[in-house]
Design a protein around this ligand. Sequence first.
Ligand SMILES: Cc1cc2nc3c(=O)[nH]c(=O)nc-3n(C[C@H](O)[C@H](O)[C@H](O)COP(=O)(O)OP(=O)(O)OC[C@H]3O[C@@H](n4cnc5c(N)ncnc54)[C@H](O)[C@@H]3O)c2cc1C
Length: 381
Amino acid sequence: MKILVVGAGVLGLTTAFNLVEDGHDVTIVDKTGPYAKASSRSFAWINANHKLPAEYHLLNRAGIAAHDEFQKRFADHGTWFHQHGCVMFDSTPDKSSGLDERFTESAELEYPVERIDSDRLRELEPAVSWPTDSGLLFPLEAHLDNEAFGSLVEGFLEEADVVPEVAEVVRVETNVDGTSVEFADGSTRIFDQVIIAAGADSGMIADRSGLLLPVADLSQPGPRTHSLLGVTAPTDVNLNRIIISDKINVRPRSDGSMFVQIPSVEARTEEGENPELLDEVQTVMEAELESLFGQHIPVDKVIFSGRSFPEDGLSIVGYLDEHHRAYSLVTHSGMTMAALLGRLVADEVRGDASQLLDVFRPSRFAEGVTPESPTNFIGRQ
Ligand SMILES: Cc1cc2nc3c(=O)[nH]c(=O)nc-3n(C[C@H](O)[C@H](O)[C@H](O)COP(=O)(O)OP(=O)(O)OC[C@H]3O[C@@H](n4cnc5c(N)ncnc54)[C@H](O)[C@@H]3O)c2cc1C
């Protein structure tokens, strides 16, 4: 089949890769270029932690397994999936950040979790000055070198002569025979199917096409749709795994730097991106890093980053039109599920519908949209 993938973020790339493997004639376009948006600014914690309902937890969990398989399959290309687990701690005096609830919830879902004491905390991460004597370890969880993963998949596509074109899709029109796609340069091209994996802009493309795909509008920033992501300078601090807490979320990067998020400043995304905010957040990040590692670690930049956020908080995966010509692939857990969803979309294009996706179909919005408004999204990405 002749298939267009719209968007060369992590989801568009993995989808194109699987479609090429299945022998389709694939074109992939991006209005800016590969990895221009959320995929390049992602904390990339690979997890199924507190991702509810149970169907969403299972989908994310399958996402972790798919990354593991992908890493093993292409092990001779390097290591980008670091499955060293995630340590979670609560520094509040009254232990109010909900770790006990997370433990119970995870145990009920049979999601591996261990209570760990101060000796184990020190053994796992000797470089950390732990502000607590207990925590949780989620051994299945991982961090992904998001740039390395994207480059790898893009490289595989290039080997198959599929190179992302810089082109902007305006709208699509489907009929029983195929899809006519209108581009911003005024051209129109015909495909058998179109996969809309344009992140936060997917809703806009669907809207212009008369299709229903409710994705949050990024023009009204806030903690649901935006996050403040810090990137430190490379450091000699030896951090092995992701740490998530009420004070700071931090994880290592392959060049020795770290990604940082601070739960208490996320609400300030409502102020919109401005230099004063970024400077203030940088100062808070450096203070929290110093408190965690006992040394000054410079934060090189703070990125005001937009998420692709389906209005009800759950992934939107499936056909948008009655002719099964336009397919949507939008989720805010895209890093966790990229290796999985790319494969499932290709299976569905072949006609093998996945039960894992049953509750994530776009058709659920036919009855109306119930927006999710988490007060603090961080720690659930
Ligand atoms: C700060 C932050 C932290 C995050 N942390 C995590 C995490 O810890 N774990 C996790 O699983 N996920 C996390 N995410 C979410 C994850 O990064 C995203 O779900 C994922 O990157 C989405 O990938 P995507 O390919 O759908 O979108 P994107 O990466 O946004 O790619 C979409 C592409 O479509 C292109 N495009 C848009 N409109 C058009 C058009 N009209 N025509 C052609 N091209 C178009 C854009 O240029 C863009 O390159 C985080 C996100 C952010 C921002």
